[in-house]
Design a protein around this ligand. Structure first.
Ligand code: MLT
Length: 309
């Protein structure tokens, strides 16, 4: 039997599947957070949400594509501190503007940054790491997810504090960069916690410190940068959902409500917290709060970062 669908219901968003662009490789932090949250949102919205990983140029290739997508609510993007803030000063010819070309939907997660290294990297703790990379700045290398990515920007900040310029090794995301770190092919990385917890707990990599004021409950044995002797290095990234500019307020409201519902769900929260994420509280989950965050983050990073070339 075919169920009768009234015309008003038939027109209610969403009437078909939604594509969520993830601007980095599968398995990395942006991908993992997107999959956890959108799986629940799809139940609320009654339509599938398909993740499409579009890689390149520190996430800016995919973000430019999302900016040009139809603003009908069927193509969205999970952006972050890199794609929607740090990219502005780093790419003078950026093909989009985070504020002008997007409708903010919701902040999904805060993600503390850790200093990580391959398991057999010689330094035992952060003090030794600092001395070692300063003494060997021309030999060591730091993996990252492309110019403007969180991992790139975070280690740029670390390197400016240490006054060194080691070689960077770009990947299409810190998912593949983490594989290279585990395999011992690169020396160290400044990565978001959600990518690091499983590997730290499995003992496949070293964690020197977490760059936040307090230790993270998911990694109680990893000291803060302050405890470990480098208080100047403080870094926490964020991941958030955006739609192309001009997406209707009703669609944005519907997506925001579904995202908020996901962030209140016990299973979603458990998964995000196990991976060390900071789940935004009610005041930080509105589109307006995300617009303010993007504005403030662009203002914060613009004087700090110089164009890549
Ligand atoms: C980054 O460094 O920006 C991220 O870790 C990207 C990713 O999700 O792989």
């Amino acid at each position: 039997l075919c169920a009768f669908v009234a015309p008003s219901q038939a027109q209610t968003y969403p009437t078909r599947g939604i594509t969520m662009i993830v601007p980095f490789a599968a398995g990395g932090p942006t991908d993992v957070i997107s999959r956890i949250v959108t799986a629940h949102m799809a139940q609320t919205l009654g339509q599938s949400i398909v993740i499409e990983n579009v890689v390149g140029a520190g996430g800016t290739t995919a973000t430019a594509r999302a900016a040009r997508a139809a603003n009908d609510g069927y193509t969205l993007i999970t952006g972050h501190m890199g794609t929607h803030a740090a990219s502005v000063p780093l790419y003078p010819k950026l093909a989009y503007h985070p504020e002008k070309d997007f409708e903010p939907i919701a902040l999904l997660a805060g993600t503390p940054i850790l200093i990580l290294a391959r398991k057999d990297f010689p330094p035992k703790d952060l003090k030794e790491f600092v001395a070692y990379v300063k003494a060997n700045a021309e030999k060591v290398n730091a993996a990252h997810a492309g110019v403007g990515s969180v991992s790139h920007v975070s280690c740029e900040l670390l390197h400016s504090i240490l006054d060194i310029k080691p070689v960077g090794v770009p990947f299409n995301g810190t998912g593949p960069a983490m594989n290279a770190l585990v395999a011992g092919q690169v020396d160290y990385m400044c990565d978001q916690i959600v990518n690091a917890v499983p590997q730290i707990n499995a003992g496949t990599i070293k964690a020197y410190a977490i760059a936040t004021v307090e230790r993270n409950p998911s990694l109680p044995n990893v000291p803060t940068t302050t405890e470990a002797g480098l208080p100047a290095f403080q870094a926490q990234a964020w991941n958030a959902m955006f739609a192309p500019k001009g997406t209707s307020p009703a669609v944005v409201a519907s997506l925001n409500a579904a995202a908020v519902k996901a962030l209140d769900d016990g299973t979603v929260r458990k998964r995000l917290l196990e991976l060390g994420s900071v789940i935004p509280g009610p005041a930080d989950r509105t589109p307006e709060a995300l617009a303010t965050l993007v504005k403030n983050e662009i203002a914060k990073w613009t004087p700090v970062l110089k164009p890549a070339s």
